[in-house]
Ligand binder design. Structure first.
Ligand code: DHB
Length: 305
């Protein structure tokens, strides 16, 4: 890998600034390892819950002109089995792994932290923003500064690993919610989770495409919204940010770095460009760096900033 792609995030060295976003590949160590071999600097696991979840009945993924709609329903093998895959991953690579966890209260997050503390992961991403299980769990926590502050402040003193709060784009005050997370003890933010939820209809069947009707919107339609929240939040907080949302090309990744992301989440573009999207985006970033005579990722900034 070109050494000009090296990045540091939370003091951890990344060989490239690209991070596999949560929920794109399965939890197996081999799928996550493949992403590293193909140029990801780090991986994020699927969101793990205390107890295994089957997820929603299919279809759970549908394409539309602006991106994809998904409603996986938090399918995962449960935290204990998920962590075993992380251990397998870590015996084969020193690449960083971010363990994503999902719960709905401070108490249930704390139960998961006891497991993450014992794991070989490098950081924990608190998924406070899954839009797809509102029928079971109510509004995502990331809709409320108070809820985010309460959860993070309960978890932060107990967590051995750095905490990254993953926030939703579905509020007008993402930067203020980010501030609540950072003030409560999160070391970084992932901005942003999927938008919506939205809905698609199969006009021939005359039914919603998804049995559960709704799903989170990802892909190119999300990009300008993600970019705006990353910019606004980084201007306010100057904190480490994993910028995620519709990054498909090197040009997108560069825009995210310029907006203030430290590293970049790559998710839906795996569906467009294949699992080697990491190699392709890395090459496109390097082409840009060559053209502009830049020697390191940290030099990719807005003019005058
Ligand atoms: C799911 C979707 C999300 O956007 C998320 O953050 C976590 C889980 C899902 O449907 O599984």
């Amino acid at each position: 890998m070109d050494t000009r792609l090296q990045s540091h995030f939370l003091g951890i060295p990344f060989k490239s600034p690209l991070v596999l976003a949560s929920g794109i590949v399965d939890i197996s160590y081999s799928s996550m390892l493949k992403c590293i071999e193909l140029g990801a600097g780090a991986v994020t696991t699927k969101s793990l819950t205390k107890i295994k979840r089957k997820g929603h009945e299919g279809p759970v993924l549908a394409e539309f002109e602006g991106g994809f709609l998904n409603s996986m329903g938090l399918s995962n093998p449960g935290i204990e089995d998920g962590i075993k895959e992380v251990e397998e991953f870590k015996t084969r690579t020193d690449a960083p792994v971010i363990l994503s966890i999902f719960a709905t209260s401070a108490e249930s997050f704390l139960e998961l932290i006891h497991f993450t503390n014992e794991s070989k992961a490098d950081a924990v991403e608190l998924n406070l923003s899954c839009p797809n299980v509102g029928d079971e769990f109510g509004l995502p926590l990331a809709a409320s500064e108070k809820a985010v502050g309460e959860i993070v402040s309960a978890v932060a003193p107990v967590s051995r690993l750095p905490l990254i709060a993953k926030l939703s784009p579905n509020t007008y005050n993402v930067a203020a919610i980010g501030k609540a997370a950072i003030n409560a003890g999160a070391q970084a933010l992932t901005l942003v989770n999927t938008l919506g939820p939205g809905m698609l209809i199969d006009i021939h069947a005359r039914r919603p495409v998804f049995p559960g009707k709704f799903g989170g919107v990802s892909g190119p339609a999300l990009k300008p919204i993600a970019l705006k929240y990353i910019y606004e939040t980084s201007q306010l907080l100057h904190c480490p940010i994993i910028g995620t949302g519709g990054v498909t090309t090197g040009e997108d990744a560069i825009q995210f770095l310029m907006a203030g992301a430290g590293v970049i989440g790559v998710g839906t573009s795996v569906y467009y460009r294949g699992i080697d999207v990491f190699t392709k985006i890395n090459e496109e970033i390097i082409d840009y760096m060559d053209k502009h005579s830049l020697n390191s990722i940290s030099e990719i900034t807005l003019a005058g900033e």
